[in-house]
Every structure is written in structure tokens, then in C-alpha cells.
Design a protein. Structure first.
Length: 255
């Protein structure tokens, strides 16, 4: 069932989204060669704690997961697409890092992700990250009253495929509200004019994921969480929580 949020609820979700934005900003500021993903997790935890917010990631255990997730952020490095568990291996100059973060504030959830390069960026990584943001912007622009879920999916997929990138099958966005994952699902590729109609008050996490090598193949690592590209090429992941409104899409996880 899809919960249509009131304008009061949307304002509360915006506050949760601000916490996520601040946490991601703190992580990005902290990231540097020699810093570990665990240190990035600590930086995000400090922001959540200061805001009095909880984490929808910490101890999250869906049915397929062998263990609960042990952190408040996913840190996915280089060929890791999503769900990377923060570890103690120092980041190196030129690493491509994707960080996914959520927050729970006053019972409402925000969810967003960014990709960036640590230190000196390779041109091909910059293009991949820029395309991921372009795909996210296209998806958000399509999230208007009167459109359908398929219009968002088509907008994202068109940008990714035109650039020659792969899209991991089975992964995409979702509804957000009092829990992190709600209906409806928001695929990263699809046919326009199909799927559920968009209404004022729907809240969606739109999150393109791109594989540099151009294939869609991926596999879950031995930790049971980290999803990696099968060809070893790099990946990028961007995400915002947005509200569909009569005035147009409203980004809830921007600074």
C-alpha cells in the first residue's frame, strides 16, 4: 500500500532529509587518501547523533541478508555498486567512492547517496559520476503529477544507455516514508507511460546505479551485502528522496 503524505508530513520529511544531506557532506569532507570507510561511518554517525536522529541502515536485516548491516552508511569503493560495508582498508588516491546514507527523525526517513573521487580523479570516473547525476536529474524531472513510474524509469535509463553504461538489473529506487523501503518500486529502466500514476504527496527515493563497463552483470560478495560489478569495472550511485507535488518535484535530501 502506498501512503500519500500530507503537506505537514512532507515538511517533517524535509527535516529528516536535511540530516542526511549534512551527514553526506561530512563524509565527503572527511574522505581523503589514507582515511578508512569506518572513519567515514563515524563521521556520519556524529551528524546523526547531533541531530537526535536514528539510522534506518544500522542493524537492518532483510530476508536475504546473512547478518544485520553494521553501519549507518554504505561505502562502496571502485567496483562495488551498492551496499558496501565500511571496513578498515584505507582509501587510495583516485578511488571512486559511493556513499549511501539514511536518517530517521521524528518517525520519518530520508535516504540519499553520492559518488565522488578521493584525491585525483580519472577522466573516465568523472564522466561516469557526472552521468549518474545527469540520470538522477532526469529521473527527478520526470517525477511530476500526471506522469507514471515508467516515465521516471525511462528518463533514467535513457541517460545511462546513451552514455554506454550498464544498469544493474534488480536494483532501483523505492517509496520512502515511515520506513526506508515502501511501495512503489522505481526501476532505473522502463517504458514511458507505464506503471503507477504519480500523485501529489507521493515520496520516492530515485537512485540511478551505473556500471562503467557497459554490462548489467553483478554479483554479491562473500560478506553477503556488497554488490560488485562482474567485469570489475567501476560503478557510481546517486540518490535523492523527492516528493511529488502539484508544484513539481521537491528534493527533500538537498542541503
Amino acid at each position: 500500500m502506498i501512503e500519500i503524505k500530507t503537506d505537514v508530513s512532507l515538511r517533517a520529511m524535509r527535516e529528516a532529509g536535511r540530516v542526511v544531506a549534512r551527514a553526506l557532506a561530512a563524509v565527503r569532507e572527511k574522505a581523503a587518501p589514507g582515511v578508512t570507510p569506518r572513519e567515514l561511518d563515524r563521521a556520519a554517525r556524529a551528524v546523526l547523533t547531533e541531530a537526535g536522529a536514528g539510522s534506518p541502515f544500522l542493524d537492518y536485516r532483510p530476508s536475504w541478508a546473512p547478518v544485520p548491516f553494521p553501519a549507518v552508511v554504505c561505502v562502496s569503493v571502485n567496483d562495488a555498486i551498492v551496499h558496501g560495508i565500511p571496513d578498515g582498508r584505507p582509501l587510495a588516491d583516485g578511488d571512486l567512492v559511493s556513499v549511501d546514507c539514511g536518517a530517521i527523525l521524528d518517525g520519518w526517513v530520508g535516504d540519499a547517496a553520492v559518488s565522488f573521487t578521493v584525491g585525483r580523479a580519472r577522466p573516465e570516473d568523472t564522466r561516469l559520476i557526472d552521468t549518474a547525476w545527469e540520470a538522477l536529474e532526469a529521473g527527478i524531472a520526470a517525477a511530476v503529477v500526471g506522469n507514471r513510474i515508467g516515465d521516471i524509469a525511462h528518463a533514467i535509463g535513457r541517460v545511462c544507455r546513451a552514455a554506454g553504461y550498464g544498469i544493474p538489473d534488480g536494483f532501483g529506487g523505492h517509496g520512502v516514508g515511515r520506513t526506508m523501503h515502501e511501495d512503489p518500486g522505481v526501476p532505473n529502466e522502463g517504458r514511458p507511460g507505464r506503471g503507477m500514476p504519480l500523485r501529489h504527496g507521493m515520496v520516492l527515493a530515485i537512485e540511478p546505479m551505473l556500471i562503467a563497463g557497459g554490462t548489467d552483470d553483478h554479483a554479491t560478495a562473500g560478506d553477503g551485502w556488497t554488490v560488485r560489478t562482474l567485469d570489475g569495472s567501476r560503478a557510481a550511485h546517486t540518490e535523492h528522496t523527492i516528493a511529488v507535488t502539484n508544484e513539481g518535484p521537491r528534493i527533500l535530501t538537498a542541503l
